[in-house]
Design a protein around this ligand. Structure first.
Ligand code: UD1
Length: 358
């Protein structure tokens, strides 16, 4: 029962989504087979998450590494085809919207292996985002769609996806957040929130980091905001050199850090007065934590965090960033939980997988 399911992960945001599903399957006595593609390979982007989330060692590590989208995807397809031919799973489970997600889905579909997609149906409607292309391809080829929020059901319906393949299960990323919040000690939480106020920054999307003009304006905006509230910025390796060129390290009230492990990052985020980000998952986590989130993008694939939560889209222009930050700092913290973001999504997904495979 369930022996035939293979879970594929590859990059940082996959690990938080897979961990609660894998845990629930193991707790239910199911055998779990896990493949790590190696899209992310640095200790700080990968190993630390496996340790902190108590993920089992992967059964296979494919070591595909970095490259342009075409090259990385080609390496993923080649390595995953060999892996799936060897493992012969009855089903592949994929998570989120990274290149590993899309490549595992395409490989499995070509081998006629059914695919279940966790976090299906999110759409920014902006196909210049690599993740949007990955989401559309993954959902088109998946047989089972686990959705985290109701608007995803309508998005999938619009693309002609069979409604019987859609399961509204809630958000496994929030299961992981809840688990970490529960293990943070009371003093961790109060230390973080009773000290001097600070904001947190994460920016790594190509649309922000790859264009020098945009990056310069973002750094100017961060300079303005950091005069109102000091900022902590764990910098993703992909953007570090470009941020240095744009003068980030010269901002006196902005503290740049290495990428953080999940527990440290949740502690930092939970104690923050404000988050500025272009991440997807952080828009969701700040909603549940009640921390105001300024998303420096023109679109979001997670509109429920705007309609229900603390998120708002902010123009990537220095004065707009400052005005939005001031407004957000005046707001009360109001944690909210969209439907089924209750810490049990992993359990629901595991039950459905176990029943389907049984
Ligand atoms: C990927 C995902 C993105 C996700 C992000 C989270 C895709 C298309 N993008 O972006 O959706 O939000 O992960 O972190 O899948 N690098 C390292 N060490 C690593 C991995 C990468 O230094 O362990 C550097 C390399 O310079 C690499 C660059 O980061 O070229 C980009 O890595 P890649 O996996 O292609 O995309 P991310 O920007 O990490």
């Amino acid at each position: 029962m369930g022996d035939g399911t293979l879970h594929v992960v590859g990059a940082r945001p996959n690990f938080m989504k897979a961990a609660p599903v894998v845990r629930a399957l193991l707790d239910g006595g199911e055998r779990v087979r896990l493949v790590h593609t190696g899209q992310h390979y640095d200790n700080l982007l990968s190993d630390v998450f496996f340790r902190e989330l108590e993920m089992p060692e992967p059964d296979a590590y494919l070591g595909v590494g970095s490259g342009s989208h075409g090259r990385q995807t080609a390496r993923l397809l080649t390595a995953l085809e060999d892996c799936l031919l060897e493992e012969q799973p009855d089903r592949v489970v994929v998570y989120g919207d990274v290149n590993s997600t899309m490549a595992a889905t395409l490989t499995a579909a070509k081998l006629n292996i059914p695919v279940a997609h966790v976090e299906a149906g999110l759409r920014s409607f902006d196909r210049t985002m690599p993740e949007e292309v990955n989401r559309v391809v993954t959902d088109a080829l998946s047989d089972l769609h686990f959705v985290t929020s109701p608007e995803a059901i309508a998005n999938l319906a619009r693309e002609g996806i069979d409604p019987d393949s859609i399961q509204f299960v809630g958000n496994p990323m929030i299961d992981t957040l809840d688990r970490v919040m529960a293990i943070l000690t009371e003093s961790d939480k109060t230390d973080a929130s009773s000290g001097a106020p600070y904001g947190v920054v994460t920016l790594h999307r190509p649309s922000n980091v790859d264009d020098p003009g945009r990056l310069e304006e973002l750094v100017r905006g961060l300079g303005y905001v950091s005069e109102v509230i000091p900022l902590v910025f764990p910098v993703h390796p992909r953007g570090r050199a470009r941020f240095d060129d744009a003068g980030l390290s010269r901002l006196p009230n902005l503290d740049t850090r290495q990428p953080m492990g999940f527990i440290d990052f949740v502690r930092l985020m939970a104690g923050a007065s404000l988050v500025l980000t272009d991440s997807g998952g952080i828009q969701e986590e700040t909603t549940v934590l009640g921390v105001p989130c300024l998303t420096l993008r023109t679109t979001t694939e997670r509109p429920i965090t705007v309609s229900w939560g603390t998120n708002r889209l902010v123009e990537r222009e220095a004065d707009a960033m400052l005005a939005a930050a001031k407004l957000a700092l005046d707001e009360d913290r109001t944690p909210t939980r969209p439907p089924l973001w209750d810490g049990s999504a992993g359990q629901r997904i595991a039950s459905i997988l176990a029943t389907e495979d049984g």
